[in-house]
Design a protein around this ligand. Structure first.
Ligand code: EPU
Length: 418
């Protein structure tokens, strides 16, 4: 078991390189299953536990993988099984992308139901609705989803809710369906566009990703390609917020500033200095900032995945802040941990009311999920004295080399193995 130990109070200065986007990479790796010829070489893959988990899952069904630093070669030409049923599959959320990818390529899949962060009920009804509309028969038995189709036939699908997972999963299955598929009320996150670009590089015909309507013309087969994953919007947002909270000046490199606009806008509203330059953003803070009102929304709104890190910053903002969490109903589990450090927060349903305090104080706290873990790291960095964070395995699922990156900016953070 690992523990992160942080001695808070240091300002952050310097440059930090952002890694490839977790939520794009965890969809692109399963998407590589669709290539029946040649291998895919995928660059800018983040070195995180969710990716290692997917690597094992793909190898388990017969893909051949080769890792060179940040790039992965995936050869799916000789997949031997359409049955994904290991502990790794049950552990992570993105394993559900195997359903769409295997269904698209083999017209059949059996995949154990996915796990992931405990941030709310996580139904997959919209994924199932899409697969059924394409002609698949779907059953859930003994904790696994089985999908089967004689043929997949393109059609119009209107999603009832905007879902990242359902948009990507149904897009994966539809790339090899016969005829045209039109997906409406889809998610528009940067990783949706990245997955569509990856599929198009393999020979798919997908238009409109990044808008409300995606149009797919089915193709007969997909082939391997070379591709580089986009930078991680959420990791970048986390370092921006940490800099704002600790004070100092940090340039966050290898980002797409457009993807960060909703985060930059909120920091600027608080009185923090944020500037863009090419593929970097610089955050400058003198630790004086005011409270704000924040609502999480699908892209291009403020991302739910940055809500928890942002709440750590708001605990020490002057005045009152209000957060409305509109995506996940249980994404305030970190609040009890922040309260152990002296934060003044009340949660009522999906709303958190934060009254800024002068300082947080170090404590033993728990990362209850991935982004709650990032929130604890930021809280530890600004607190007086020492903070010890348990549940670090959640943080390792999504933040590459977090302690090295923060150390290089001047933070006192280290890992202890128990
Ligand atoms: N929903 C349904 N039915 C469905 C699917 C979703 O009702 O079939 C609802 C969910 O309950 C939720 C909303 O729709 O209220 C949005 O869920 P979505 O499907 O968009 O989420 P997801 O695909 O399960 C991905 C990310 C999450 C991120 C959300 C929202 C991955 C692997 N996960 O989850 O990332 O919070 O989109 O942007 O891409 C994280 O990285 O920490 C994380 C949790």
């Amino acid at each position: 078991m690992s523990i992160l130990k942080i001695k808070g109070g240091n300002p952050l200065f310097g440059k930090v390189e952002i890694s490839g986007a977790k939520n794009a990479a965890v969809a692109i790796l399963p998407a590589a299953i669709l290539a029946s010829k040649n291998h895919c070489t995928i660059d800018n893959i983040p070195n995180i536990e969710d990716i290692h988990c997917l690597e094992r899952i793909l190898e388990g069904i017969g893909c051949k993988l080769e890792r060179n630093e940040n790039s992965l070669i995936v050869d799916s030409t000789n997949i031997s099984s359409i049955n994904a049923n290991t502990e790794d599959v049950r552990k992570m959320r993105a394993s559900y992308y195997l359903i769409g990818a295997l269904l698209g390529r083999f017209k059949k899949a059996r995949v154990e139901l996915p796990g992931g962060c405990p941030i709310g009920v996580r139904p997959i009804d919209q994924h199932i609705k899409g697969f059924e509309a394409l002609g698949a028969h779907v059953t859930i038995e003994h904790g696994a989803v089985t999908v089967e189709a004689d043929r997949l036939i393109g059609t119009n699908i209107f999603f009832d809710v905007v879902s990242v997972g359902a948009t990507i999963n149904v897009m994966l299955a539809a790339t090899l369906a016969e005829g045209n598929t039109i997906l409406e009320n889809v998610a528009k996150e940067p990783h949706i566009v990245d997955v569509a670009n990856f599929l198009n590089s393999m020979g798919a015909n997908i238009k409109g990703a990044g808008t409300d309507i995606i149009r797919i013309t089915g193709v007969k087969e997909l082939k391997g390609c070379n591709y580089s994953v986009i930078p991680d919007q959420i990791e970048a947002g986390t370092y921006m917020i940490a800099t704002a909270a600790c004070g100092g000046e940090v340039t966050i490199n290898n980002v797409i500033p457009k993807h960060l606009e909703s985060i930059s806008a909120k920091l600027i509203e608080m009185g923090i200095n944020v500037t863009e330059d090419g593929d970097s953003v610089t955050v400058k803070s003198n630790k004086e900032f005011k409270g704000i009102t924040l609502k999480t929304q699908p892209y291009p709104g403020f991302p739910t995945d940055v809500q928890q890190p942002m709440s750590s910053l708001l605990t020490v903002a002057s005045g009152r802040s209000i957060i409305n969490e509109n995506i996940w109903e249980s994404r305030f589990k970190h609040v009890d941990e922040l309260k152990k450090m002296g934060a003044n927060i009340k949660v009522e349903g999906r709303t958190a009311i934060l009254d800024g305090v002068d300082a947080l104080t170090g404590a033993v706290v728990k990362a209850t999920d991935l982004r709650a873990g990032a929130a604890m790291v930021i809280a530890g960095l600004i607190a007086t004295g020492e903070t010890r964070i348990l549940g670090v395995e959640h943080i390792d699922r999504g933040y590459p080399n977090i302690e090295e990156k923060f150390k290089s900016l001047g933070a006192e953070i280290s890992r202890e193995e128990k």
